[in-house]
Each structure stands twice: as C-alpha cells, then as structure tokens.
Design a protein around this ligand. Structure first.
Ligand code: ATP
Ligand code: MG
Length: 651
C-alpha cells in the first residue's frame, strides 16, 4: 500500500499528477469545471509537504471564498497536512496587516468601515448629489471597481469611459464622490476591504523589514479560481512573491464571473507569457458530474461566441450515467418555489442529506420566496453568504453575551459547557429545533456556535471562553462563518467552486439571467452566460432548471425564459405540473392531551386529500407543550393515518 507522498499522488489521474508533482512551480492549471483543479492543488500542497520541499507553514493558499478556504484546510488535514494558511485575499491581508499595523501605520489596526453605503452617502452629499439606495449601491460599486482596477479618482473618468461603465452620475461626479469617500474614511481612521489589500501591498512594497519577514515566512503560493483575480489582488500577490516564481495558479476562463467588478482573466491566460518556463497543464476529465450534466455544460459554453486566444476546454464526463437534466416551466414564482421545495422535501425524505442540495439564483432578493416555501415544508436551509452569519441579530447578541460571560469568568472551566450555559440563558435548547421560520433560523445559528466550540476544543483542548470570543471576532472579520446543516440557498456567484448532489437553478427568465442591466452590453451578457455555466456545473447528479412566466400568481404570463436556454432546453418546453404538497397548517392550541383527537378529526375531514402528503406545522409553544406533557407522543402522533412518521419527526 502506498504511503505518504505516493498515497497523495495516487488519488490523481495522470495529468493531475503531473501538475501536483511539479511542486516548485511556476505551474498553471487551465481547465473546466469539475476537472479536479482544486483537488489537484490540495494534493500538490500535501505532496510538497510530504516530500519535504516546504513545511505547511510556508505555504499560502488563496481562494475566493471563506468557505472554499475552509474546505481546502479540511481536505488538507484529510491528507495528513495541518497548518497551511488557506485564506481569502482579504483574510490573509487582514492577518498580516494586524501584525504589521504598528510598524506600517504607526498604531493599531484601524477599524473596518461598518456601513459602506453610509460613507458613500456622506460623500455624495458633499457634492450635492441626490441619491437613493440603488444609486448609492451603484456608486459604491463604481468606487470598488476603481479601487480593484487600481484607478485613482483622477484616473476614473477616462478609465470608466474606456470600459463602458454605466454609473448613475457623470464620470466626473463619480470621481469626486470617490475622492470624498476616501477623505471621509481617512478622517474616521477606517479602512474598507480594498484598503486592506492596498495597504498590505503597500507595506510590503515600501517597508523592507515587513517584506523580508512576510517573504521569509511564505515560500510557496497557490491561487485557486485565478480567472477572477483582479489587478489589486494581483498586486498583492506580486508583493508577496517579491519576484519569486514558486507559484501555482488554477482557473477556468469560462468561469470568469467577476469581470464587472474588475477581475481580469488575462492574468490566467497570460500566465505562460509571464513565466515562460511555467508548466501549463490542461485537464479535461470531469469527475464531478454525470455525463448528462457535463453534456449540458458543454452545450452552454459551445453557444458562447468564441473568444480569440481562449483555449477550447471541452469536458469529458467520467462518471456513470445519471438522470437527464430537467427543464421546468411554472406559472408564477411562488409556484416555482413551491415545486422546488416539494422536490427538496422528497429528496430529503428519500434519505439525501439536506446539505447535499442547493437552490441557486441570480439575485439575492430571489431567496425570500424560496425561504418561505422551504419553511412551509419544514425543510432546513441555510442562506449562503458567510458575511451574513455574524450579522444575524441572534449571533451578534450571543457574541456579546459570550464576551460578557468571558469577562466575569475564571479561565479554564471547560469551554463547551460554558457556551451552552450562555446560550441556554437566551432560550436555546439543544436537540430541540423549533418547527420553522425565524425561530428555527435562530436556533440553527446558535447551534452552529456550539458546534464551532466543539470543533475548536478538539483542536485546542485548553481553549478558554475568552479565547473563543477572540476567535469569533477574527472569523467575523474574515467573514468565515461556521457551517449550518440544511439546503443551501445561494446566489450563483457564491456557489463557485462548490458542488452538491442535487442542484436547482431557478428564476431563469430574461431580465433576471441575463440580468436587465446587462442587456445593452454584449460582454456583460456573456458574463451572465458564464454565470449559468458555473451554476449548472455545481451539480453532481440531479440538475433542475426552472423559470416562471409571471412573478405573482394571477399576473400576466409574459416573462420570456432565459435566452441561454435556447438550443439547450427542449424547444417547446412542456409546462410541467408537479404535484405540490399542500401546506396544511393546523393550529393546535388546546391542552396537549386533546391533540390526538383533534388531529384525527382533522385528518378525517381532509380524508379526500389523503393521497397528498400532509405536513403538520406545530408552533413553538405547542411543540414545547407536547414534549413536556407527553414525552414520546410525537412518535405516537406520527402513527396517525396519512401522516408520515419521518415527515412529522422533522418538525
Ligand atoms: P471548479 O472549476 O468547479 O472549481 P474543480 O476543477 O476545482 O472544479 P474539484 O472540485 O477539484 O474540481 O473536483 C470536482 C470533483 O471531482 C470533486 O468531488 C473531486 O474530489 C472529484 N475528483 C477530481 N479529480 C478526481 C480524481 N482523479 N479521481 C476521483 N475524483 C476526482
Ligand atoms: Mg475548484
């Protein structure tokens, strides 16, 4: 049996192995979705460590999302390698800057801007611009674009015109707001996310001692999702490298989905020009998805106008055949959401863990209707977007309470019981999830904090409550949320790099995907097509694409399905009638002892609908009453005809 280094390579195919074994770099892996790019860099790092080329601490691996960074660390420890710095650009910069701030900025690390839009609004007011929330967001977007493309306020007007940017105000006005925005931050002594990267790069460029220290620490660099690197990130990367070439980048030009915010795939495509001795590896075998999903992905990319200089990256499915992708048309959005929720319910009931399912949409506002549909059917879900977790009110409150408790406690009492105690004081009861809605979300968030404490204690048995609170603050800054179990609801952007057994890509109408703002510009429309490619290639087995003809029930059915489906979906898409389980709400507010009788009576009255699965939604108080007055009665209740035991248990 192979051991150590050999075992690490054994998990790879021939091309992947070539990339992994070239441990010193420069190496560039240019390949389509699901071909094992992330797997290869993971194994490559492990191989380098096992063969003694570098130690884990000398590796800095940069990925795009906190979740991806967490997964990378997880996979590495699975390969027997702990201690590698796998972070987002922001988290890596934050860590370094916090350490170097006194030397570079002459004081402690500045606070981050808490409410960016408010600062932008302040800047806009200085120039007497009338703004609303949407124009403020656009202005903030323009400032962000300028900063990530390294354009100063003076550069902005010419650059914006050349790039065909559309802003709510004249370029000169945007530039003026940008300048005032910078001044306001300076006055307050705060930094935004772009500043974090800028200041860190500056520290390395201008402070020789800082550069020597950081470059001495990190000898080997790895960047995942390199197609979406922007000039600001590239500048930081160059500052880290300091002219060295021990670098491995991986990416897929067809998955460039951030060029609107400044990402530039030419860094990936031009890698071999920049490093003439680079090893360039192409991977074509798709290990993630069934041939059916791969076929659809190939078709989608095949429809895109060919960009010169772009390598053809056809995917070859490696897995056994699976179900055909489904294309479903619905009369309205609530119906679409109900059908998706019912399908999720069915998958979960058939044994698929909810965490293996994702619902992907174009804009975050779409999540609401899916949240309520899933809640109706009692399917647990998590909203993707790590930054949100620490902003949830219950999490903020819990962190404050934990901090208070840490202050008044002597250190060592064991961590996990201490966390449980604090959360219990705000009504959290372990193993008793509320039936649904906001209460369930709250319970899940708080449980995630306990899970996190349990995980951390496994690594650091002596961790104190104060240490835990410090760790939470660091995670909150790094936007690194703990995982909560449930169906993932995520924007297509947030889904990149990830995979699920079953994926629902929803809301595929023109004006949503491609998004309305992109329609006037062909390059923007192409970015939307790539976004759909990213979305469909997340599915391992089951893929459902859907759209609805109107937004509201009873509305005019006039929304055309997404143009990207033409030539991909069957022409005359058959409107599919999915049988949707009704939401049956029974308010059981009497004494718990009467429940059986009332439920039986209710089921008898609805006997005609017995073929429709019933989902009984209990409210918090009822559930509590049942559990307290008749322990074990939930199981008895579930024996009633027409109510599935498994279904009931979930409430
Ligand atoms: P994306 O472009 O979406 O980020 P990727 O190229 O990074 O995709 P990975 O996530 O590394 O792809 O791999 C996709 C899936 O295929 C993973 O589940 C991975 O474990 C599996 N896989 C990759 N290579 C192999 C292999 N040689 N043998 C078995 N499974 C593999
Ligand atoms: Mg990947």
């Amino acid at each position: 049996r192979p051991t150590g280094a050999e075992a690490v390579l054994a998990g790879l195919d021939e091309q992947q192995r070539a990339a992994a074994a070239a441990v010193r770099g420069p190496v560039c892996i240019l390949a389509g979705a699901g071909t094992g790019k992330t797997r290869t860099i993971t194994h490559r790092i492990a191989y380098g460590v096992h063969t003694g080329v570098y130690t884990p601490e000398q590796v800095l691996a940069v990925t795009f999302t906190a979740r991806a960074a967490g997964e990378l660390r997880g996979r590495l420890s699975g390969l027997g390698v702990g201690g590698v710095q796998a972070r987002t650009f922001h988290a890596a910069a934050m860590r370094q800057l916090r350490y170097f701030a006194p030397r570079v900025l002459g004081g402690p690390m500045p606070e981050l801007v808490e409410n960016k839009l408010r600062v932008v609004a302040g800047a806009a007011t200085r120039h007497r611009l009338t703004t609303d929330r949407s124009s403020l967001r656009d202005l903030a977007g323009e400032i962000e674009w300028a900063k990530t493309t390294l354009a100063t306020p003076d550069d902005y007007p010419a650059r914006a015109r050349a790039a065909g940017r559309e802003a709510p105000f004249e370029p000169a006005a945007v530039a003026a707001v940008y300048e005032s925005y910078e001044q306001l931050k300076q006055r307050d002594g705060t930094l935004d996310f772009e500043d974090l990267l800028l200041v860190t790069a500056y520290a390395l460029e201008e402070h020789r001692d800082v550069a020597t220290e950081v470059r001495g620490q990190y000898r080997h660099f790895v960047v995942d999702e390199y197609q979406d690197v922007n000039p600001l990130q590239q500048r930081l990367l160059d500052a880290w490298l300091g002219g060295r070439a021990e670098l491995c980048v991986v990416g897929d030009p067809h998955q460039t989905i951030y060029s609107f915010t400044g990402a530039d795939p030419d860094y990936l495509l031009g890698f071999a020009d920049r490093y003439p001795d680079a090893e360039v590896v192409k991977l074509e075998r798709d290990y993630r998805s069934t041939p059916e999903v791969v076929g659809l992905a190939n078709k989608l990319i095949g429809m895109a106008p060919r960009r010169t200089g772009l390598p053809g990256l056809r995917l070859m499915g490696q897995r056994a055949a699976g179900p055909e992708p489904r294309f479903l048309e619905h009369p309205d959005e609530p119906a679409e959401a109900a059908a998706v929720a019912a399908a999720c319910r069915e998958l979960v009931d058939s044994g698929l863990p909810a965490a293996e399912i994702a619902v992907l949409f174009r804009i975050n506002a779409q999540s609401q209707v899916y949240e309520s549909a899933l809640t109706d059917l009692g399917v647990p879900y998590v909203l993707k977007g790590g930054e949100r977790f620490f902003e949830r009110p219950e999490v903020r409150e819990a962190v404050l309470l934990l901090r208070g408790a840490a202050a008044g406690r002597d250190d060592g009492s064991p961590l996990v019981p201490a966390v449980r105690d604090v959360l219990a004081s705000v009504g959290w009861v372990e193993h008793r999830p509320p039936p649904g809605g906001a209460a369930r979300d709250r319970w899940q968030s708080l449980s995630a904090l306990v899970d996190l404490a349990v995980d951390l204690v496994a690594e650091q048995p002596a961790l104190t409550l104060a240490g835990f609170v410090g760790h939470l603050a660091e995670r909150a800054n790094a936007q690194h949320a703990p995982t909560v179990q449930g169906v993932t609801l995520a924007s297509m952007h947030a889904a990149k790099g990830l995979e699920w057994d079953a994926v629902f890509v929803v809301g595929l109408v023109d004006g949503v995907l491609p998004i309305a703002q992109s329609l006037a510009r062909p390059d923007a429309v192409e970015e939307e097509r790539r976004l759909l490619y990213v979305a469909v290639t997340r599915a391992r087995e089951q893929l459902t694409l859907s759209w609805s003809l109107s937004r509201q029930p009873g509305g005019k059915r006039a929304r055309p399905r997404s143009r990207f489906l033409t030539g991909v979906a069957p022409d005359a898409a058959v409107p599919v009638r999915t049988r949707v389980a009704r939401r049956v709400e029974v308010v059981l507010d009497g004494p718990a002892g009467e429940l059986f009788e009332r439920l039986r009576a209710w089921r008898a009255a609805t006997a005609a609908q017995a073929s429709i699965p019933a989902y009984v939604v209990f409210n918090d108080a009822t559930l509590q009453a049942i559990a307290e007055t008749r322990p074990g009665s939930l199981t008895e209740l579930s024996a009633l005809p027409g109510i599935g035991a498994r279904k009931l248990e979930l409430y």
